[in-house]
Design a protein around this ligand. Structure first.
Ligand SMILES: Cc1cn([C@H]2C[C@H](O)[C@@H](COP(=O)(O)OP(=O)(O)O[C@H]3O[C@H](C)C(=O)[C@H](O)[C@H]3O)O2)c(=O)[nH]c1=O
Length: 336
C-alpha cells in the first residue's frame, strides 16, 4: 500500500524528471507525472522509471483537465515544476510564459484548494498532510552586483518576462497560504545543470558547439556570474522542503558555486580536450556575441536557511559535477 498520491507537474522536463528518478529510489508514494511535452519535455527522460509512474500528457493551463485529475485521483501532494523556463525565449515570446507560469500555477492552486480545503474533510484524514511545493527560481530577486547574496528576505525585482512570470506565480502561491491557509512551500533555486538538461541552456550549448566544431556563443563579455547547482542536489533540497519545510515559507537552494560564463566555457573546453582530444583546443571556438537584453549580471544564493532548518547541503561542487555532466552528454549525443 503506497502512502500518498503525488502529482508531479513538468515531470518530463529536466529538473522534474531528475526529481522523479530521485524519489523513486524510495518508492513509498504513488507517482503521477503530468507534462504537456512541449519542446522542452521528453519522455526519454522518464525511460528508466516508466513502469513505476502514471504518465498523463496534458497542460496545466487546461482548467477542466486539472479539475478532472484532482477529482479522479485526490492527490495529497503536488510538486510543481511545470514552467516555461528559458529566458531568451521569454524575451522573444513572453505570452507562453504568462500563460503557463502564472495561469497554470493558479489552476493547480485552485484545484488543490477545492480538493483539500473545502467540504467536511478539509485538511483532515487523507488531506491532513497535504502539501503544495512550488519550484521557483533565484531570478525573481533580480540581479546582484559584485558582492552580496540573495536571502529569502531579499526583495523581489525580476528583470525578464520569465522571472516576472515566476515572481507572479510565487506571489499567487503565497496568497493562497495567507488567504486560504493552503499548505504551500516555495523553493527558489539557482542555475541547475546535469543529465537531461535541454540543449538550449548554456552548458549543453557549449558542449554541443564544441564537439560540432562551431563557434561557442558567449553573451556580452562573459563576466556574468551564475551559482551552479547540480540537479541531484536540487532534488534532495526539494524533497526535504516537501517533507519538512515550514508552511508558507520559502527556501533558497543554491550550490555555492559562483562561476562566470567564460570560466564555464573554458572548463568545459579543457575537459573536452582531455576526454575527446583533437589537434587544437576547443577553447579556440569561444566567440563573444551580442549580449542578452536586460542580462542580469550576477546570481548568488545564501542557502543557510535550508541548511540550518532542514539539514540540506549540496554534495557536488562544480568541477566534479561538470565532469559527470559532460560524460553523460558524450554518451547521449542525441540530446545535444
Ligand atoms: C544559452 C546561453 C547563455 N549564455 C549566458 C546567459 C547567462 O548569463 C548564462 C546562463 O544562461 P542560461 O540561459 O543557461 O540560464 P539563465 O538565463 O541563467 O537561467 C537559468 O537558470 C535560472 C536559475 C532559471 O530559473 C532559468 O529557468 C534557467 O534557464 O549563460 C551565454 O553566454 N551563451 C548562451 O548561448
Amino acid at each position: 500500500m503506497k502512502n500518498n498520491k503525488v502529482l508531479i507537474t513538468g515531470g518530463a522536463g529536466f529538473i522534474g524528471s531528475n526529481y522523479v528518478e530521485y524519489i523513486l529510489q524510495n518508492p513509498e508514494d504513488e507517482i503521477f507525472v503530468l507534462d504537456k511535452l512541449t519542446y522542452a519535455g521528453n519522455l526519454k527522460n522518464l525511460e528508466t522509471v516508466s513502469d513505476k509512474i502514471t504518465f498523463i500528457k496534458g497542460d496545466i493551463c487546461d482548467e477542466g483537465l486539472i479539475d478532472k485529475l484532482f477529482s479522479e485521483h485526490q492527490f495529497q501532494k503536488v510538486v510543481h515544476f511545470a514552467a516555461e523556463s528559458h529566458v531568451d525565449n521569454s524575451i522573444s515570446g513572453p505570452s507562453e510564459f504568462i500563460q503557463t507560469n502564472i495561469v497554470g500555477t493558479f489552476n493547480l492552486l485552485q484545484a488543490s484548494y477545492k480538493t483539500w480545503m473545502t467540504g467536511p474533510n478539509a485538511l483532515k484524514d487523507e488531506f491532513g498532510n497535504a502539501r503544495f511545493l512550488h519550484i521557483s527560481t533565484d531570478e525573481v530577486y533580480g540581479t546582484l552586483g559584485e558582492t552580496g547574496l540573495f536571502t529569502e528576505k531579499t526583495s523581489y525585482a525580476p528583470n525578464s518576462p520569465y522571472s516576472a512570470s515566476k515572481a507572479s506565480s510565487d506571489f499567487i502561491v503565497r496568497s493562497y497560504f495567507h488567504t486560504y491557509g493552503l499548505p504551500v512551500v516555495t523553493t527558489n533555486c539557482s542555475n541547475n545543470y546535469g543529465p537531461y538538461q535541454h540543449k538550449e541552456k548554456l552548458i549543453p550549448t557549449v558542449i554541443r558547439k564544441a564537439i560540432s566544431g562551431e563557434p561557442i556563443p558567449i553573451y556580452g563579455d562573459g563576466k556574468n556570474v551564475r551559482d551552479w547547482l547540480y540537479v541531484t542536489d536540487h532534488c534532495s533540497g526539494i524533497y526535504r522542503a516537501l517533507q519538512n519545510g515550514r508552511l508558507g515559507e520559502t527556501y533558497n537552494i543554491g550550490g555555492k558555486n559562483e562561476r562566470n560564463n567564460i570560466y564555464i566555457a573554458e572548463v568545459i573546453c579543457d575537459l573536452l580536450d582531455e576526454m575527446l582530444p583533437k589537434n587544437t583546443s576547443y577553447k579556440e571556438l569561444i566567440t563573444y556575441v551580442k549580449d542578452r537584453p536586460g542580462h542580469d549580471f550576477r546570481y548568488a544564493i545564501d542557502a543557510s536557511k535550508i541548511e540550518k532548518e532542514l539539514g540540506w547541503k549540496a554534495a557536488e561542487n562544480f568541477e566534479s559535477g561538470i565532469r559527470k555532466t559532460i560524460s553523460w552528454y558524450l554518451e547521449n549525443r542525441d540530446r545535444l
